[in-house]
Ligand binder design. Structure first.
Ligand SMILES: Nc1ncnc2c1ncn2[C@@H]1O[C@H](COP(=O)(O)OP(=O)(O)OP(=O)(O)O)[C@@H](O)[C@H]1O
Ligand SMILES: [Mg+2]
Length: 333
């Protein structure tokens, strides 16, 4: 979404629209979401629980649960639309070019197999080694890349701490040397010290391997720490997107401002934390206008009727809010 006049972005997501078709109705989990990811860039994806972050990411990998449908949009990876690929071509992309650390993944290891064996199996499965023996040096290399000595590969997941299991999951995500790693809430279940270590690890890997990273999180302080750009989602749509400094110095969307006020600011210890009254919209019963309107302090008549489109109001700074339409450089849709 930035206007850098350089090569096309590594990942260009245009108007992604994903729904869940269920007996309780159609859930509009992601609607018209567009963003770009440059090579080596770290993008933070933030928003309240249930706003569609994981759904958007699972859509990119085409790993949605059975009720999920991508009903529109494109995801261009180096110019190739992932949504147009047949399943076998998609398999060549998944893990090899884009991989994902799933939400809650550190408990996804099989408890009765050693961590090293599970990474080796992944390497064999993806055709990067003939057998476990051949995979071993790469298993050691991957574990060491994430700060685990190769010898610990012969241990079982229960012999690892939570932080180590998450590191091992990151090693797994790097097994096929992808260009893009999506980390969905990689630190949520961890204590703050371990959280910081995992974030440092992601940052180091990103720098050393030239990875592009999408970091999904509730936590804006995490974004400030490790991301170049940030995308704020609300109720399945983009609310605001810009360079990370812009979000903290000049937040434009009323939702972003409320989100920032809900987090502690260490430079203003006297500042009060303010929760956002109300709840995110039910995605099977959406209001006709702006999805944030029912909770917005600056709501006006038009917001209740017409959905605001994302507009670029400052260079590289996009916002979907009727308050910021005058003087917008261009529309997205
Ligand atoms: N399997 C499913 N069936 C039906 N609806 C679903 C399903 N999974 C998700 N949804 C709907 O999609 C919405 C978005 O869910 P999603 O998991 O993408 O949110 P999220 O932003 O990742 O939240 P969290 O921060 O809690 O992980 C949910 O509010 C829910 O209404
Ligand atoms: Mg999620």
């Amino acid at each position: 979404m930035s206007e850098r006049p350089t090569a096309p972005p590594l990942l260009d997501v245009r108007d992604l629209t994903t729904r869940f078709i269920t007996p309780e109705g159609v859930f509009h989990a992601v609607e018209g979401l567009s963003f770009q990811l440059e090579r080596g860039e770290s993008l933070g994806l933030v928003g309240e629980s249930g706003c569609g972050k994981s759904t958007a990411m699972l859509s990119l990998l085409r790993l949605l649960p059975a009720a999920g449908r991508i009903v529109g949009g494109q995801a261009l990876l180096d110019g190739t639309d992932l949504f147009g690929l047949d399943e076998s071509d998609m398999r060549a992309v998944r893990w090899h070019r884009i991989s994902m650390i799933f939400q809650g993944a550190m408990n996804a290891f099989n408890p009765v197999r050693t961590v090293g064996a599970q990474i080796a199996e992944a390497l064999v499965f993806h055709g990067l080694a003939q057998d476990r023996g051949e995979a071993q040096p790469r298993v050691d290399e991957l574990l060491e890349m994430v700060g685990i000595t190769g010898a610990r590969g012969s241990q079982y997941p229960h012999q690892y701490s939570g932080g180590m299991r998450q590191r091992a999951m990151i090693a797994m995500a790097l097994a096929c040397s992808p260009q893009v790693v999506i980390a969905d809430e990689p630190t949520t279940a961890l204590d703050v010290m371990i959280q910081a270590q995992i974030l440092e690890l992601l940052e180091r890997l990103q720098r050393e391997l030239g990875l592009a990273v999408i970091l999904v999180t509730h936590d804006l302080s995490v974004v400030a720490e490790v991301c170049h750009r940030v995308l704020v989602m609300y109720g399945g749509v983009l609310a605001e997107s810009c360079e990370v400094d812009g979000i903290f110095n000049q937040p434009l969307h009323p939702y972003t401002r409320r989100l920032l006020a809900a987090f502690p600011d260490l430079s203003r210890p006297e500042g009060k934390l303010v929760s956002i009254p109300g709840y995110p919209p039910r995605l099977n019963a959406l209001p006709p206008g702006c999805r944030f309107a029912p909770r917005c302090e600056e709501v006006h008549e038009r917001c209740l009727q017409e959905r605001p489109k994302p507009r670029q109001v400052l260079p590289g700074h996009w916002v979907a809010c009727h308050l910021h339409e005058a003087g917008a450089a261009n529309d997205r849709t």
